[in-house]
Every structure is written in C-alpha cells, then in structure tokens.
Design a protein around this ligand. Structure first.
Ligand SMILES: Cc1cc2nc3c(=O)[nH]c(=O)nc-3n(C[C@H](O)[C@H](O)[C@H](O)COP(=O)(O)O)c2cc1C
Length: 259
C-alpha cells in the first residue's frame, strides 16, 4: 500500500499536508437564530449529538446568540477572532436555520458575512427548521445563493425538520415515533457531507487553482477506479500500474496496487 504521491512538494510541506490529511474532519454546527424559545435549538443539539458519534468527524456547537457582533457596522471589518478561527479550521459546516418569512434570520446573515476566505472551497449541509410541515424548504432555497457567494459548496441532500413544535419534547428529546426516520435521513445527509468535506480538503491541500497547467495532469477519477497515471507518477512499472485510489471518510487517500 502506498501513500498518495506528494514528492513534488518540499518534504516539510508534504509532512504537514499529510498530518492534516490524516486528522479527523472538523464540521461544526451553527445554530442560526437568537430567538427566545427557538425550536431550532433542540435540532442543533440533536445534530451535534449525532455528528459527535460519526467516526472520523469532530464537531462543536456555534450558537450565534453567543457571538456579540456590533450592529453599527458589517462584514469582515467586525470579525470575531474565535469565530473566524473556528471557520478557518472547519472542513465543512452544518447550518441549522429556521424559516422566517420564507427566508433566513437576518442576524445569521450578519454573522456569516464577517468571514469569506475562511469558507472558500468548503462543504456546507443545511438543516431547515419550521413550524410548518415543509421543514424549512424555502429557507434552504433562499440560502443557496448566499452560500455560493461565500465560497461554500452545498451538498445536494438537506435535512428538513418540519412540524418542529411537535418533534421534540420539553427536555429537547426527539419523539420516539420519529427518531428512526430522522436517524436514517441524518445518515444519508452525513455520508454526503463527509464525502464532500473530505474531497474538498484533499483539493485544498493538493490542487492549486493558480497552477492548473501542472495540476491538470492529475487524473480526476472517482474513488475505486483504476488510476494508471498515479502509478506512473509513483515510479511503478506500467505493467503493474493498475492502482485503486480510495478516499476514506476521514479524507485519507491511498493508492493500492491491485496486481
Ligand atoms: C419572524 C418569524 C417568521 C416566521 N416565518 C415562517 C415562515 O415563513 N414559514 C414557516 O414555516 N414558519 C415560519 N415561522 C415559524 C417558525 O418556523 C417556527 O418558529 C419554528 O419553530 C422555527 O423557528 P425557531 O427556531 O425560531 O423556533 C416564523 C417565525 C418567526 C419568529
């Protein structure tokens, strides 16, 4: 089994990239409303609890109520160092967002607008929350162009927490009758988000937008497909140059000879 070829990098950079590549993914959960009595709060706790149990992923809750941004200014001028550092460290984000008049809470936008570089080429999964049965589908729609402008890449699988007032009890536990279905949907949501976060982490560490003439030589195969070009780069004989490239859920890429 060979580690992915990083011989073109300086040794030091290669080691630091490899270390980063081997670490768990970090995908924090942002609770996107400050409203008193918010039902999005048990949703966010549910997400943190489940993500914590996902192998190879670390998370933490970012409650935008705890972020005290000024109201007489906006954008990157008013960065909160800790919030920005958390977003910088993140490989992906989970947004838990209630639907307010078919859109997102204004304060969430105010908070998100304080970063830009920190988000670029990272994945985002969205959980819509609403009192209606639609589960925040309209807030998700209205968030999509914002995500794009922030440089975040949305997954194609969302989570919808509809009828949220009936979904969680007073202690914040999800209704037993709904739990299994939500865990199943959560699994699908996470598989997609983790894959996307791992792929984007690999891209950020290894592929430069500026040096495309060099990097276009890198084959863009999907995982588990033969990659003879990578074998050639690793100095293997063409005869035994059939490799399978795998990318684990934690983002570790390996090239495995198949003969
Ligand atoms: C200002 C405001 C606007 C709302 N607009 C909508 C809406 O457009 N569609 C909807 O399904 N629910 C709407 N709701 C109800 C929320 O879906 C409901 O409060 C739900 O519990 C999620 O929001 P929360 O986290 O603040 O509790 C609105 C609530 C507020 C406070």
């Amino acid at each position: 089994m060979h580690e992915f070829d990083v011989t073109k990098e300086t040794e030091e950079l290669a080691v630091s990239k490899k270390q980063k590549f081997m670490t768990n993914l970090f995908i924090p959960v942002i609770l996107g409303t400050t409203r008193q009595g918010r039902m999005s709060e048990p949703v966010a706790h549910f997400m943190v609890e489940q993500v914590t149990q996902w192998n190879g992923v670390e998370t933490e809750l970012i409650d935008i109520r705890q972020l005290h941004f000024p109201i007489d200014d906006a954008g990157q001028e008013i960065k909160d160092p800790q919030f920005s550092a958390t977003c910088e460290r993140a490989d992906g984000l989970i947004l838990v967002v209630p639907e307010y008049n078919h859109s997102f809470p204004g304060w969430l936008k105010h908070v998100l607008d304080t970063n830009l570089e920190e988000y670029i080429h990272k994945a985002v999964g969205i959980c819509g929350v609403s009192a209606s049965p639609f589960g925040g589908t309209r807030v998700i729609q209205s968030l999509l162009p914002v995500m794009r402008e922030l440089g975040l890449i949305t997954t194609f699988y969302d989570l919808n927490f509809g009828n949220v007032n009936k979904l969680f009890d007073e202690s914040g536990k999800i209704a037993e009758s709904e739990k299994e279905a939500y865990l199943r949907r959560f699994g699908r949501f996470m598989k997609e988000l983790v894959w996307m976060s791992a792929v984007l982490r690999y891209g950020r560490l290894n592929l430069s937008v500026e040096e495309q003439e060099v990097k276009t030589a890198t084959p863009n195969y999907h995982a588990n497909k033969p990659c003879p070009e990578i074998a050639a780069k690793m100095g293997m004989e063409t005869a035994d140059a059939v490799l399978r490239v795998t990318c684990s859920q934690t983002g570790k890429v390996e090239a495995i000879p198949t003969n």
